[in-house]
Design a protein around this ligand. Structure first.
Ligand code: ASP
Length: 584
């Protein structure tokens, strides 16, 4: 028997019990005549004591060889501690060891296996299995498992069937690059790893399952932006005989349930915002609405006052930054430099200090009267004590720049609280996006998304204006889910592919299987996919997803522990009929 109790179990109620415990040696304090050992397992820590007088001599002598991370099994008696630690559940007792066995020795670990560790990122990733022994990492993996379980329970109770779809497939057109797997048996041919199970879940609807979900790995070979993983997990869902409202209700319910289970917080019905409004009000299609600082468009009141920069701009837009009128010249200059950084890209920034006495002091006092500035304050909702920051230029980039400033200031002012949850639906996305580089339309969501019925006629005249039956679920400034009501009609699907620039032949080649399926009574259907890694991180009150993934890749897409990707030997390449052509 390895254990009668876990290392979190024993309390003052167990005094004099004879117990067996197993685990890792976290710490050894050797005073010569007495040795204390912190014994750790997944559940907690129990203090062991070996004592020259009370422990049998051979056992005491052997205890001198114990070192960090040795795996041991001990037998002994629960006794009361002299100096108690009330921070941990077992802090009032210790186990006086009568006998123990070393189950395995350990090299000295390269970093300390404690909550606060001295190990840097790279080192911890290389020895991830040791990192996972640390409480904060272990707890995040357990938390993730609890969230996944809550998802499974919620959906299963509502008749969703979990179905596994294949990983070795043909390209899915979701806009990113596919990871490719060469086929040995079919020389010169390749599988692609799915960017999502999109077409399969639609085929399951044709297959009559009506409600599907899967917690599934997806793969996208993108240049890695910060905190993205080449393989990530989705909660992928699809439903038949539903309209947009049914889907929003179902998955709003799931999201509420998850916030409720993890934080015991009841969330009101989620607000809904059109894509256009989100862009206009927050400069962003995934607005963080935990705080205000809504955009105030100033074209009406700021143009035609002889200030050339604004006169020439397509958009003049500002936000009121709460309480920052007290900024010094130096602090404002710093802010101006911040918006001018290449990552943000603004050319400059006009500011207005809203003084407590109701007057205004701006960087453009030469051009604007107090009344003018008063109207800026009204449009941006600025109160006395606020600082209005105004950017100008072409609409899209100005909005993006001001959105970056809004988020930055919210961060600095502590307005992005990790224990607050502000979800919303963003709806009415454009169906298509014009791509200057390729000179053609791209599907903003994916090619299977249906246009809004009332916009269908526009497909022939101005496709760029057609809105989609697509929605994103946004939580605290992150897109945590997105989906659409699909096209289920073959003619409409062909028309869509044509608009996206596929020839009849290409369409047949790539999506023939789906369009054939649509000829056999495809039901109306729609769905959504949540990014599980991000969702879990936000629910866990963190910004980064890495610690919620057991074995994450670094930002070069490498697993530094197993050292992947790696080269293949000649034999393997030959078997796959692959020839490398790489310049050294
Ligand atoms: N397959 C889509 C995605 O991965 C989600 C969906 O439309 O259901 O974004």
């Amino acid at each position: 028997m390895y254990r009668t109790h876990q290392n979190s179990d024993l309390t003052i109620n167990h005094l004099d019990n004879h117990v067996i415990l197993s685990g890792w040696v976290q710490k050894v304090r050797n005073k010569g005549f007495i040795i204390w050992v912190d014994l750790r397992d997944r559940y907690g820590i129990t203090q062991l004591v070996f004592d020259e007088e009370r422990t049998p001599k051979d056992v005491f002598d052997k205890a001198n060889s114990l070192n960090r991370e040795f795996v041991i099994k001990v037998e002994g008696k629960v006794i009361e501690r002299e100096s108690k630690n009330l921070q941990i559940p077992t802090g009032e007792i210790e186990v006086l060891v009568e006998n123990f066995e070393i189950l395995n020795e350990s090299k000295l670990p390269p970093f300390t296996i404690e909550t606060e560790t001295d190990g840097g990122d790279e080192l911890r990733m290389k020895y991830r299995y040791l990192d996972i022994r640390r409480e904060p990492v272990k707890d995040k993996l357990i938390f993730r498992s609890q969230v996944s379980m809550a998802v499974r329970n919620y959906l299963s109770e509502r008749n969703f069937v979990e179905v596994e779809t294949p990983y070795l497939i043909k390209s899915t057109p979701e806009g990113a690059r596919d990871f490719i797997v060469p086929s040995r048996m079919n020389k010169g041919q390749f599988y692609a790893l799915p960017q999502s199970p999109q077409t399969f879940k639609q085929l399951l609807m044709v297959g009559g399952l009506e409600r599907y979900f899967q917690i599934v790995k997806c793969f996208r070979d993108e240049d890695l932006r910060a905190d993205r993983q080449p393989e990530f997990t989705q909660i992928d869902c699809e439903m038949s005989f539903v309209n947009l409202e049914d889907i929003l209700q179902t998955f709003e319910g799931l999201t509420k349930h998850l916030i409720q289970t993890t934080h015991n917080i009841e969330i009101e019905d989620f607000p809904r915002m059109t894509f256009d409004d989100a862009m206009k009000t927050y400069g962003n299609d995934k607005p963080d609405i935990r705080f205000g600082m809504k955009f105030g468009e100033l074209n009406d009141v700021a143009k035609h006052k002889n200030f050339k920069i604004f006169d020439e701009a397509e958009l003049v837009v500002g936000i009121a930054i709460p309480g920052c009128a007290s900024y010094s010249r130096k602090e404002i200059d710093k802010l101006i430099n911040w918006v001018k950084r290449p990552q943000v890209g603004a050319k400059g920034m006009v500011y207005v200090k809203c003084n407590e006495d109701g007057s205004f002091k701006s960087s453009v006092d030469k051009f604007y009267t107090q009344e003018d500035l008063q109207s800026w304050a009204e449009k941006t909702g600025a109160k006395p004590g606020d600082l209005i920051a105004v950017l100008s230029g072409d609409t899209n980039s100005t909005r993006a720049q001001l959105s970056a400033l809004r988020m930055e200031m919210a961060e600095r002012l502590g307005l992005r609280k990790s224990n607050e949850f502000a979800p919303l639906w963003v709806v009415d996305f454009p169906l298509l996006e014009w791509d200057e580089d390729t000179q053609r339309y791209h599907a903003m969501h994916h090619p299977f998304t249906s246009p809004k019925a009332e916009d269908e006629a526009l497909l022939e005249t101005s496709p760029g204006e057609v809105r989609a039956n697509a929605y994103d679920l946004v939580l605290n400034g992150n897109e945590i889910g997105g989906g659409s009501i699909r096209i289920h009609d073959k003619t409409m699907q062909s028309r869509m592919l044509e608009l996206l620039g596929f020839s009849k032949e290409e369409a047949q080649n790539q999506f023939g299987f789906l369009m054939n399926a649509f000829e056999y009574g495809a039901p109306p259907h729609g769905g959504i996919a949540f990014g599980l890694d991000r969702l879990v991180a936000i629910l866990g009150g963190q910004e980064t997803i890495r610690d919620f993934i057991a074995f994450p890749k670094n930002n070069m897409g490498r697993d530094v522990m197993i050292d992947a990707p790696a080269t293949l030997d000649e034999e393997q390449l030959k078997e796959l009929s692959l020839k490398l052509d790489i310049e050294e």
